[in-house]
Ligand binder design. Sequence first.
Ligand code: KIV
Ligand code: ZN
Length: 521
Amino acid sequence: MTTQDKDRVLIFDTTLRDGEQSPGATMTHEEKLEIAELLDEMGVDIIEAGFPIASEGDFRAVSEIAKRSKDAVICGLARAQLPDIDRCWEAVKHANRPRIHTFIGTSPLHRAIPNLTMDEMAERIEQTVTHARNLCDNVQWSPMDATRTEWDYLCRVVEIAINAGATTINIPDTVGYTAPVESADLIRRLIETVPGADEVVFATHCHNDLGMATANALAAVAGGARQIECTINGLGERAGNTALEEVVMALKVRGDIMPYYTEIDTKKIMHISRRVSTVSGFPVQFNKAIVGKNAFAHESGIHQDGMLKNAETFEIMRPEDVGLSGTSLPLGKHSGRAALRAKLRELGVEVGDNQLKDIFVRFKDLADRKKEVYDDDILALVTATTDGPQNRLELVNLKVICGTGGPATAELEMEIDGVEKAATCQGDGPVDATFKAVRDLHPNKARLQLYQVNAVTEGTDAQATVSVRLEEDGIIATGQSADTDTVVASARAYINALNRLLVRRDKTGKDVKEISYKDVH
Ligand code: KIV
Ligand code: ZN
């Protein structure tokens, strides 16, 4: 073990790499910078910011995140190839604390892809880790698909990586195959068996294919791992990765049986969860542990009665611990800017003066239409005012006629590149008519992949948050918006997604992934 406190568990967030790799979760450059800043502020120890050789866009994002980083180590991913490692170093070297993370698939199935013998692969590991270590004194090495790699070979390659200078050894359960007992045992045996293992940090990287990613990561910690790799909301390919909020809160709440700690400011969890959901376009399921809409909701009579008498009857953690305001006193139309700022702070959201001004204007508008503005409404307003790219398409006016009498009609006015245009279209319901009118004014081939509406709070005057995901020529973009009028929110979300597509198309080949780490070994 290094000088790290023996009970401290490092949190390695890979939302921007493994999470963003999930089909459809692509984020814009600005969104990546924003999420990285939030991760740094919340106390994440290591941010895996991307895979620099994958595309120009990834390289730019990792470099910029590295330049802007404060306390977190900034890490980039590289395959076991010298040009990958060089490119990774070019991007992360700007960070106060850079790290190169290099990996190769070591299981029989993965070895077959580059068609390397065991000896050839061992040699490649030696060469690439040594190269990385000559560039950077903080090097992480991963045997991809470690949990399906032969035990003797795993020990052999881990030892080679340690001798070549790796400072962190990550043991990935790439396909979510392991189970808690095995996960703990694997790390424990590696630490006991491999010479030099006590000189490095062991990390665990679990995928959730069998729904055991959180349990497996915590078990690995019991076995001796001191770095958990995870993503916000468990974002990631297939069933996703270990969810950051779950492991962090599990360690906090069950310190009695898991005597380890992290340095995460848990009050910032809710805000970052919502931002990641918004920018990735992946909604959080209602009953998701810690960050789901219902995670702290107590509907049944027995539960509500118990909660009123003593919150601990049914709550093992307080909503405010994860950044939900405990009192949840709604704001109203007489609340001023100071009250709004105080509420935002309570919710773990720090905004600059200009953004506060924008949120305040929207808040006043909402408070005029809605008697009580709840925490969730405020967070939805933050989302709606954090829109990155400069918009070429703007909604000016929308009037919809719908009901039982016939097809719905949408009269739409939009500003396109500064010019106002109007269209009237009929459709199968108000949303269909509105989207047709948008397409009439801005013809496009984008395919609707997702259209989703959620009520932010209770009541018929609740705001609706709408997510729209579009795909055009392999480029995917997601737009979101919130409004008490569902059709207006839908129109804005659709236009928002189109604006993002325009930005991505303008720099074709830059923000779009060109290769994935699975393509070449
Ligand atoms: O799941 C995996 O094996 C990975 C590696 C690149 C660490 O994400
Ligand atoms: Zn992974």
